[in-house]
Design a protein around this ligand. Structure first.
Ligand SMILES: CC(C)(COP(=O)(O)OP(=O)(O)OC[C@H]1O[C@@H](n2cnc3c(N)ncnc32)[C@H](O)[C@@H]1OP(=O)(O)O)[C@@H](O)C(=O)NCCC(=O)NCCS
Length: 310
């Protein structure tokens, strides 16, 4: 058995994560609003921070995790024979660890577990560009906009941007699935007037614009073009070679926008917007039925978007 990590109960996830990053730890799982896991520079020991309501708040509690590896069952049996009371026998958890729970005389929780490769490399481990998003700010820039906006990374709750996400996608079901992925750039000052969500694509060194919208009363003033330029810079920083986006084939305005930015059509997804994925039947976009999606891509070495073309 060896001590693997301690979970500290904290009151503000972003604040605690940044604090430990400043101490040299690297965030490997970031699941706002409640949970993050960081690895020490030895790349072995980890520390978790978790926002918990109720009695365990702030500095009131800690969870001790003990790595038993494949011997978990044997160790659990040995402790039971020694009359140790368990709160939970070895059980498969949703986060792919197998855990047996007990308490010390003061009630501190101890978790004996076997996590295999999922200890340091779970399927949801942050990718490089997502980690960078947690620590680096974009330098404010105008990107030659016809309007004066600044592009910044959004670090507050994503739900505050829901009206913009809803402008870009008619399915709340879909939005709920991806709203917390990747990073979100916003155009401001003041309240965000536009957003662009950048996520890891399906291929290596590919990023995808998952959601993009500009408030209706601020459209056609170059704001989305600024957001796309900022996204391209983010991709370049990360050594990406492809930026992709999917948009409704009937969304003629958006299509014109992406083509104007330099994207090229590279595929079609037929029947991408079904009622099973949360889209109402009979939806029209620009007067045309919403059914197929076009996949557009841009090589990152390509010429930056041309803001003057129309
Ligand atoms: C598509 C969208 C993001 C464009 O944002 P924007 O800030 O208005 O775009 P820009 O001002 O940077 O437009 C640059 C160019 O793209 C083209 N364009 C943008 N919107 C267009 C529209 N509705 N119709 C035709 N062309 C359009 C124009 O060529 C425009 O240049 P111009 O204004 O000099 O003619 C915005 O219309 C929007 O939020 N739509 C609703 C959500 C959406 O469709 N999101 C994309 C789904 S993936």
């Amino acid at each position: 058995m060896k001590l693997n990590h301690v979970t500290l109960f904290v009151s503000n996830l972003a604040r605690s994560t940044s604090f430990y990053e400043r101490l040299g730890l690297e965030t490997i799982v970031y699941a706002p609003p409640r949970y993050a896991r960081l690895v020490f520079p030895d790349m072995q020991t980890t520390l978790s921070v978790e926002v918990v309501d109720g009695p365990k708040r702030g500095s009131d509690g800690a969870l001790i995790y003990v790595d038993c590896g494949p011997k978990l069952k044997e160790i659990h049996g040995r402790f039971e024979r020694a009359q140790v009371q368990f709160v939970q026998p070895p059980t498969d958890m949703s986060y792919l660890w197998r855990e047996a729970w007990l308490r010390d005389p003061d009630g501190h929780e101890i978790r004996l577990y076997d996590a295999g490769v999922n200890r340091l490399d779970p399927p949801w481990r942050l990718r490089t560009h997502e980690r960078r998003a947690l620590t680096n700010d974009l330098q404010p820039a105008s990107y030659g906009s016809r309007t004066s906006v600044e592009i910044a990374i959004w670090r507050k709750a994503r739900r505050e941007l829901l009206p913009l996400f809803e402008l870009a996608d008619d399915s709340l079901m879909q939005i709920a699935e991806y709203i917390d992925e990747g990073e979100v750039l916003v155009a401001r000052p003041g309240a965000p007037v536009g957003h662009l969500q950048l996520v890891a694509g399906t291929h290596e060194r590919e990023f995808e614009i998952k959601s993009l919208a500009v408030a209706e009363d601020r459209q056609r003033s170059g704001i989305a073009t600024c957001l796309v330029k900022a996204a391209i810079e983010r991709c370049r920083d990360e050594g990406a070679r492809l930026l992709s986006v999917k948009t409704a084939a009937s969304s003629l305005g958006a299509l014109r926008f992406y083509l104007n930015c330099g994207f090229r059509v590279s595929g079609v997804v037929r029947d991408a917007f079904t009622s099973a994925s949360g889209y109402s039947d009979g939806l029209l976009i620009d007067g045309l039925p919403l059914n197929d999606a076009l996949v557009l891509t841009m090589g990152i070495e390509a010429t930056p978007p041309n803001e003057d073309a129309s």
